[in-house]
Ligand binder design. Structure first.
Ligand code: GDP
Length: 177
C-alpha cells in the first residue's frame, strides 16, 4: 500500500528559468517511478503544488515528495522537514550558477544542514551556449559535500539518474553513512 512507503521531502531550488519544473515533470515519466499519486485535493494543490513519485531502488520503493522553492517562498523559515535539496542551475547561464553556489553555501554554512544536497547543471543540450564548466561545478560540489549531476530536461538525459541519485543520497544520510 502506497501510504506504507517511506516518504522523503525534496525541495527543488534554483533561479527562475533553469528547468526545475521541466525536470520535475520528467520525473513523472521516469522508468524508475512506480505509480504517480494524484493529489486527492487538487484545489489545495492550486495553492501549494506538490508532486509525489514512487521510486524503486535496490528492490525497495520509496516516495519522493517534490516541492518547488518558488511556490514556497518561506519554506526555509518554516519548520518543514526537508530530506534533500536539489539545487538547479543552467549550464548556459552564469548568474544561475552563482545563485546555486550561494544557495548551497547558505544551506551548509548558515542553515548548517547535513542533509543531502544535489547540485544539478541542467540544459546540457545547449552545448554551444555552455558558460559553466563541468570541473568548476564539480569542485564546488566536492567542497560542500554535494553530488553533482548534469542533465537535460529537454532531452530527458540523465533525468532517471538524478531521480535515483536523490533517493540514494537520502538513504545514505538516513542510514548514517
Ligand atoms: P523553472 O523556472 O526553473 O521551473 O524553469 P522551467 O522548467 O519553467 O524552464 C524554463 C524554460 O527552460 C522553459 O522554456 C523550458 O522549456 C526550458 N528548459 C528547461 N529545461 C531545459 C533543458 O534541459 N534544455 C533546454 N534547451 N531548455 C530547457
Amino acid at each position: 500500500h502506497p501510504s506504507d512507503l517511506p516518504v522523503y521531502r525534496v525541495l527543488m531550488m534554483g533561479a527562475s528559468g533553469v528547468g526545475k519544473t521541466a525536470l520535475t515533470r520528467q520525473f513523472m515519466t521516469s522508468e524508475y517511478k512506480g505509480t504517480y499519486i494524484e493529489s486527492p485535493t487538487p484545489e489545495i494543490d492550486m495553492v501549494e503544488p506538490e508532486l509525489n513519485v514512487n521510486v524503486l531502488l535496490d528492490e525497495q520503493e520509496s516516495t519522493l515528495h517534490f516541492l518547488d522553492e518558488e511556490q514556497y517562498p518561506d519554506i526555509l523559515k518554516e519548520e518543514l522537514s526537508i530530506d534533500a535539496y536539489v539545487v538547479v542551475f543552467s549550464v548556459s547561464d552564469t548568474s544561475s550558477y552563482n545563485y546555486a553556489v550561494k544557495t548551497i553555501r547558505t544551506l551548509r554554512e548558515v542553515q548548517k544542514t547535513h542533509k543531502a544536497i544535489i547540485l544539478v547543471g541542467n540544459k546540457i543540450d545547449l552545448a554551444r551556449q555552455r558558460r559553466v564548466a563541468r570541473h568548476d561545478a564539480l569542485r564546488i560540489a566536492k567542497k560542500f559535500d554535494c553530488r553533482y549531476i548534469e542533465t537535460s530536461a529537454a532531452l530527458n538525459h540523465h533525468v532517471d539518474e538524478l531521480l535515483v541519485g536523490i533517493l540514494s543520497q537520502i538513504r545514505e544520510r538516513v542510514s548514517g553513512a
